[in-house]
Design a protein around this ligand. Sequence first.
Ligand code: ASP
Length: 310
Amino acid sequence: MTIRPVIALHGGAGTISKASLTPEADAAARAGLRGALEAGYAMLSAGGTALDAVTAAVVALESHPSFNSGHGAAFNRGGFHELDASIMDGRTGLAGAVAGARRIKHPILAARALAKQADPLLLIGEAADTWAGQNGLELVENTFFSTDSRREMLRRMLEREQLGTLAQATEQEKHGTVGAVALDLDGHLAAATSTGGYTAKPVGRVGDSPIIGAGTWADDRTCAVSGTGKGELFIRTALAHSIHARMLYAGQTLAQAAQAQIDETARLGGGGAGLCAVDTCGNVALPFDTEGMYRGWMNADGVYVAIHEN
Ligand code: ASP
């Protein structure tokens, strides 16, 4: 069987509502998604690995201010940024992750470097920053990640807390993460995820994105998954690993397994969930239960990019 490489990604569930997304913001986000897909797919079509492809795509998204990761990450309630990222190689089962990083320009590159070894898998906070610097990765001031629009979101969230209107916070104020999954020419899978978490999160809070099995999973026998949404629920439902387990042990298709895990988060109270996933045949699933999810995929047939419902 000829393998047709494919890359799929998300730029976060929970978008600006269709009515209030300006044409400029819409065009900027689509260009960012397309650029990331092209960066990843260029690697795949040249015979590169799925691991390289998802790394390239997430580096591109971390660099783009429209998305909540790297430059453009959400502020925590202390008014600074703590970044989470992870990556998993479906071929070897190796994984790497950082949580609460404050100075690593591209957290996904630190996760990738950690995934070259079995131990340590996950480093946190200052230790993650120090390790990244010692391993040749670029460090920046924490303010490098700041943008005016994320600062405004923090101001609005804190104001909502005072006014008691938190329940009315928009999906975009609450969500955001970037992630990519890929299948390469040799039939190997990989997944990568990077995030600033949610706006006004408590200092030290860690979400699902750096937790292998929650926000990220890849296994060559089944699928690669990257999640976005209420991280606490993704950890409690082991979202990404559960999709793999449904396929491996219950014989579900990727689409069935992915939708079932989105439904499972809703059963536990919801709060918004989405993911991108790909299986060993190159099928892509991009389910979400928010108003929109920045998303897309690319294979030899072309490129697809969307924000709200199709
Ligand atoms: N999953 C991320 C977190 O909980 C946030 C998001 O994707 O909306 O940190």
